[in-house]
Design a protein around this ligand. Structure first.
Ligand SMILES: Nc1ncnc2c1ncn2[C@@H]1O[C@H](COP(=O)(O)OP(=O)(O)OP(=O)(O)O)[C@@H](O)[C@H]1O
Length: 669
């Protein structure tokens, strides 16, 4: 069955999750009826990438365009590709062999498979979002809400923007933004989050391993490293902030906070790598807010053009919304006003939110560039620019847009602003790109197994062939009972397919991916958060940053194409000192390239390494894979080979010495 057919077959009525009309035979073509096969170079999807529209005043020294050729569109970004979709088709690929396995051709350019679904009346050539009824509020991100109505454009009808279903975070991203000027309007207005104090400060408990953070090694490299702070009191943040921190239930700093907060307070640029779920968001928000308060920020008032002091960008809509909620929490009771804007929502809504006042703007890249292009945001006052999931923000998908951002008229030069980058992974080539955004004397904070997996996650890798995966999935889910579980798959269509399949197996499941309307995505996340659907099938759009209470289990039904993506995915569990489990289905046919990095990740995290995996790893040559920085405790290291500064290597909680790190030399492998 072809990829397009998946799309057709999965169109089923939708309640809050799936109520599938599952006709197994129609899906079946493989030995056991499983029609999907996997390609080694999977893609994933992310959000808000570059807008299609070129702002005349923007220039980018990145390669022109968006590298669409071999990059698969990201989630929101798929929109820009959909504009080319008029000629695309669906239903033409009935041959089962052509299904997922044919992705190599699709990766080179999706056009041939791109799913204009228009023939079925389920999507327009432009975007899924135009189908959004928009004004309907689901409350998806914040809690339970009423079920989405079924029917085209609402429920499990997944109008495809790219149509290929390949999750293509590599290509242009949020063309959706440009629809605001070029295409049909998106009318979805996300629900306002609850305003009551209890909701604002709702939080989950730190886990039994929270105190173990104290023994994690931390390396800070660069010149004149400010000493770490050991307590919130020592950080000397302003009183309101301190009170908000207490209300949020934070009593103790995490290592990344201990080392990053003083760096930001001292006005330094920062690149910080720390394991998933270890509190990076507060590590940048708290000192920024403290600085803003210290500098006597004025309350912003209603104006058509707002000039925020801080801009925070993140790759996905759900993540930026989460960051916004944190910003709102910590700035509670201050005159700082945080605003969030992201794609898939009504542009006018974003404009109205901003016009009411905006000190801290949380945005996905596409919507940000559009709003700047519309002159609703001026950049002259920007003092802080934060790239969360910075490696993702600087890669080929979003990098061009970020370059445009820093080249925008009015944007203070890097000397005039503070630039902060955070991620759990930071590949060397991306660190080099980051130099253009950062002052030369930026500091690099590396916490523990950066780029490595969080040790609070128990990792299991099972050898499972493509055709046995569904059965194994059901078996695994049955054994975990009601545990909240995220199941990662490679493509959007497969996400639909697996979610439908699980529902048919009476496992309450929902899904999130870039071909779902924003309203549906928010509803899915809400249903998962509140436990109504304890299983969330997701593409890589949900791999990064999402902080959902009680996710005990991550299943990689399909392994991602890169090890960094694996690290982010499994980091959805085992957060903030809690423990979690990750089970990955390793298909030797398609995942061999991951064997070596997986062995390294597993051994670094003191996990059992299956003998069969080691064998595959030893027998597989992976170009460019050196096993990481050998003998270094840090899986990701500061790549500034020639920096003359000192480095501090400490366990969190001890004051920084200025001794060079002996591991540095090995780090340059
Ligand atoms: N000092 C602290 N005390 C208690 N809880 C904290 C503290 N710092 C952060 N948290 C909580 O820990 C959770 C994870 O934090 P956060 O989402 O910032 O992690 P992260 O490092 O950004 O993860 P990821 O790499 O997945 O994006 C959040 O629920 C946050 O509120």
């Amino acid at each position: 069955m072809g990829d397009e057919d998946w799309e057709a077959e999965i169109i089923t009525p939708h309640l809050s999750s799936y109520v599938p009309v599952f006709e197994k035979d129609r899906y079946s073509s493989g030995a056991n009826g499983d029609t999907f096969s996997k390609t080694p170079a999977s893609s994933s999807e992310m959000d808000d990438g570059p807008s299609r529209r070129d702002h005349h005043f923007m220039r980018s020294r990145f390669a022109s365009g968006r590298s669409l050729g071999n990059r698969e569109s990201n989630n929101d970004g798929e929109d820009n590709q959909t504009r080319n979709r008029g000629f695309s088709r669906r239903g033409g690929f009935q041959d089962g062999n052509a299904s997922e396995a044919s992705s190599s051709s699709r990766r080179g350019g999706k056009g041939g498979f791109r799913g204009g679904r228009g023939g079925f009346g389920l999507g327009s050539p432009n975007s899924e979002y135009e189908q959004d009824e928009g004004t309907q509020r689901t409350g998806g991100l914040f809690g339970p809400r009423r079920p989405a109505p079924s029917g085209p454009g609402n429920g499990d009808v997944y109008p495809s923007r790219s149509g290929s279903g390949r999750d293509s975070w590599k290509s242009g991203a949020e063309g959706a933004e440009s629809e605001d000027t070029q295409g049909p309007k998106m009318t979805y207005v996300p629900p306002a989050p609850p305003e009551d104090e209890d909701s604002i400060f709702a939080h989950y408990q730190t886990g039994i391993n929270f105190d173990k953070y104290d023994s994690i090694l931390v390396e800070v490299s660069g010149h004149d490293v400010p000493p770490a702070v050991l307590t919130f009191e020592e950080a000397n943040l302003c009183q309101t902030l301190t009170s908000n921190i207490a209300k949020a239930g934070y009593t103790k700093l995490t290592p990344v906070q201990k080392y990053s907060i003083p760096v930001v307070l001292a006005g330094r640029d920062l690149m910080a790598c720390a394991q998933t779920g270890s509190g990076k968001t507060a590590a940048f928000l708290l000192p920024i807010l403290a600085n803003m308060m210290r500098d006597g920020i004025t309350a912003s008032r209603f104006r058509e053009l707002q000039e925020p002091e801080c801009i925070i960008v993140a790759p996905t809509r759900e993540l930026i919304n989460q960051i916004y909620l944190e910003a709102r929490k910590f700035s509670f009771g201050t005159c700082v006003r945080a605003v969030v804007i992201y794609g898939g929502t009504q542009f006018g809504h974003s404009v109205r939110q901003i016009a009411q006042g905006c000190n801290v703007l949380c945005a996905t890249p596409g919507r940000l560039m559009d709003i700047i292009g519309k002159e609703k945001i001026g950049l002259r006052q920007v003092r802080y620019l934060v790239l969360d999931e910075a490696d993702r923000m600087l890669d080929m998908g979003f990098g061009p847009e970020m370059k445009k951002l820093i080249s925008c008229p009015g944007m203070p030069s890097k000397e005039q602003r503070q630039t902060l980058m955070f991620s759990a992974t930071f590949p060397e080539e991306i660190q080099r790109l980051a130099g253009e955004f950062l002052k030369p004397d930026y500091l690099f904070v590396a916490v523990g197994q950066v780029g490595g997996a969080c040790t609070d996650v128990q990792q299991t890798v099972l050898q499972v062939g493509q055709y046995a995966k569904r059965e194994k999935l059901v078996e695994t889910l049955r054994s975990t009972g009601d545990e909240r579980t995220m199941v990662f798959v490679e493509t959007k269509k497969k996400a639909d397919f697996i979610a439908t399949f699980l529902c048919q197996e009476k496992i309450s499941t929902t899904s999130i991916h870039g071909d779902r309307e924003q309203r549906e995505r928010e509803q899915a996340l809400g249903d998962f958060r509140c436990g109504k659907c304890p299983v969330l099938v997701a593409t890589s759009v949900a791999a990064r940053g999402l902080d959902i209470e009680n996710v005990q289990h991550v299943i990689n039904f399909d392994l991602p194409s890169t090890i960094d993506e694996y690290v982010h995915r499994i980091g959805r569990t085992g957060r903030c000192g809690n423990t979690g489990r990750a089970v990955s289905f390793f298909d030797p046919e398609s995942d061999r390239h991951l064997a070596q990095p997986l062995v390294k990740i597993l051994s670094d995290a003191q996990q059992d390494v299956p003998a069969w995996l080691e064998e595959i790893a030893f027998s597989t040559y992976v170009p460019g894979f050196s096993g990481g920085p050998r003998d270094s405790v840090f899986a990701s290291v500061d790549t500034r080979k020639n920096y003359q500064g000192k480095s501090t290597l400490n366990t969190a909680g001890f004051s920084a010495s200025q001794a060079p790190n002996p591991a540095d030399d090995e780090s340059w492998d």
